[in-house]
Structure formats: C-alpha cells, structure tokens
Design a protein around this ligand. Structure first.
Ligand SMILES: NC(=O)c1ccc[n+]([C@@H]2O[C@H](COP(=O)([O-])OP(=O)(O)OC[C@H]3O[C@@H](n4cnc5c(N)ncnc54)[C@H](O)[C@@H]3O)[C@@H](O)[C@H]2O)c1
Length: 256
C-alpha cells in the first residue's frame, strides 16, 4: 500500500466533490482530500457505507466530510445534489468523476435497457455532473475536473463491451471538455487505472489465477491498491499540474 505524504497547500479549504466516494478508490480519495484540509463532499448511492465513512472521517481533519445520497443515473438528482453541495460548501473547485459500475455482460444477452443503464452510470452522469459543477467553477475563477476512465478498453475485454465503450468515451469527453473549459481556467484530465484491488473486486471478479496473469503483465510486481490513485489525483487536482489539461494518465504498474 502506498504511503502518500505529499502535501498540496493550495488544496486547503478548497471545495472538492468526489462521485462514488463511499467505497473503493473513491473512499481513499475522499480521505486523501480531507487530509489535505479540503472541504470534501461525496455523492454515493450506497447509504450505509457512505454514512459510516463520513462519520469516521469527520472530526479528524480541518473540515468534516459531507455525504450526499443520490442516484447519479438521475440527471434531476445530479442537479439538485450539486446545488446542495454548493449551497453548503461553496463553489466546487475540484470535481472527481470517480463513480462507475464494472458489471460483466455478454453481447448475446445485453438488452437495450441494460445498455442504457450501463451507459447512464458509466458515461452519461460524467457529462451531467460536470455540466452542473462548471458554472460555479467558472464563477470562482477556475478549477480541475478529473475523470475516471480505465485501461480495460484497450485490452479487448470480451464481457465489458458497454463498460469499455463508456470508459473510452470518457477520454473523448475529457478532451472535448478541456477544449471547452480551458479558456475559463478549468482543467480537465483523465486517469486510467489498471488492476486496483478493492474488496468489491475481490468479492465479485478477481480470482487468484486472474490476478497472477495480470501480475505477469505488470512491470511492478506488487498488488495495486486504491491508495495508488491518491498521488496522481491530488497532483491533477492541485495547481502543481496547472499547465496540464486534456491529458490521460495511466496508473497500472506498467502493463505490457
Ligand atoms: N478497481 C479497479 O480495478 C478499476 C480499474 C479501472 C478503472 N476503475 C474505475 O475507477 C473508478 C472507481 O473504481 P472502484 O473499483 O473503486 O469502483 P466501485 O465500483 O467499487 O465504486 C464505485 C462507487 O460508485 C458508487 N455508485 C455506483 N453506482 C452509483 C449510482 N448510480 N449513483 C451513485 N453512486 C453510485 C458505488 O456505490 C461505489 O461506492 C470507477 O470509475 C471504475 O470504473 C477501477
């Protein structure tokens, strides 16, 4: 597990919104931003673990951590939740579009309803959360958006066609947003994680054999954890990466 000591003083007191912050990589990011002294809000559909995380982290750092329950597939809920975050914590200066759903699906059995639902959580909401947060960022003088893609769309994954489509779409969205928002000092970058071992991944998808095969392909021979995303995301959020936009950073231990 990576032990991130870096401090980015410009993140102190900044309002940060992390989507899907209740578990996995998102939960590590919520804690990392709170440690930097940021005002952190996160949205999640999973009520219980999210409440527990907010309670655990509040009181430990300069600001308490605020959980907002919403289903990101609902654009109306996105708009009202982003407005509530802004009313409570001020304009969002850092948005991490982390929420996703890597459910397996076979082409032969994928229905239109399944496809639309999968795109709604993996791609559509990234557009609409960004759209909702952008006016506040613009009015505040700028900000940073970090979108979670994945390396998986480059690996010909047989059972992830909708997910892979969404994750490659996020790269296009990132580049288009970078062009649109750059003149307003809003930077937009993407992160492509590799095999990041979370409890959910272990429970649902990862087998010993599958992990060993991926490890063979990683240059770095260690298991990657959610904390491995912390350094790259803090860097992209902070003014330290102030001239970077429209970029996609891979965090996969060097898969070949
Ligand atoms: N873990 C990996 O190996 C890996 C690899 C590549 C990319 N990624 C991407 O990184 C991001 C985080 O990955 P993770 O493994 O921590 O994901 P995860 O599935 O464990 O967590 C995602 C979070 O999003 C929340 N969420 C799901 N649907 C929602 C909805 N409709 N409304 C609101 N919240 C919702 C979940 O409750 C959860 O807390 C995702 O975008 C994922 O696709 C992960």
């Amino acid at each position: 597990m990576a032990d991130i000591q870096a401090q980015f003083p410009d993140l102190k007191d900044r309002t940060v919104l992390v989507t899907g912050g209740g578990s996995g990589i998102g939960a590590s990011l919520v804690e990392a931003f709170a440690r930097q002294g940021a005002k952190v809000a996160f949205i999640d559909i999973a009520e219980e673990p999210s409440r527990a995380l907010a309670v655990k982290l509040s009181g430990q750092f300069a600001h308490s951590v605020a959980f907002y329950h919403a289903d990101l597939r609902d654009v109306g809920a996105i708009k009202s939740t982003v407005a509530a975050v802004e009313a409570d914590l001020g304009a969002i200066r850092v948005l991490v579009n982390n929420a996703g759903w890597d459910d397996r699906h076979d082409i032969d059995t994928t229905t239109e309803e399944y496809w639309d639902n999968n795109q709604a959580i993996n791609l559509k909401q990234v557009f609409f959360v960004s759209q909702a947060a952008a006016p506040g960022m613009r009015a505040a003088g700028g900000g940073a958006i970090i979108n979670f893609s994945s390396i998986v769309f480059k690996m010909n994954p047989p059972l992830l066609s909708s997910y892979a489509t969404a994750k490659s779409g996020i790269i296009g969205l990132t580049k288009s947003f970078a062009g649109r928002f750059g003149p307003e000092n809003i930077r937009v970058n993407a992160v492509l994680p590799g095999m990041i071992v979370t409890q959910r991944q272990l429970d649902l998808w990862l087998t010993e054999d599958g992990m060993a095969k991926m490890m063979d392909r990683q240059c770095l021979k260690r298991v990657l954890s959610p904390e491995d995303l912390v350094g790259p995301v803090l860097f992209l959020a902070s003014d330290s990466s102030g001239a970077m936009t429209g970029q996609a950073i891979t965090v996969d231990g060097g898969i070949f």
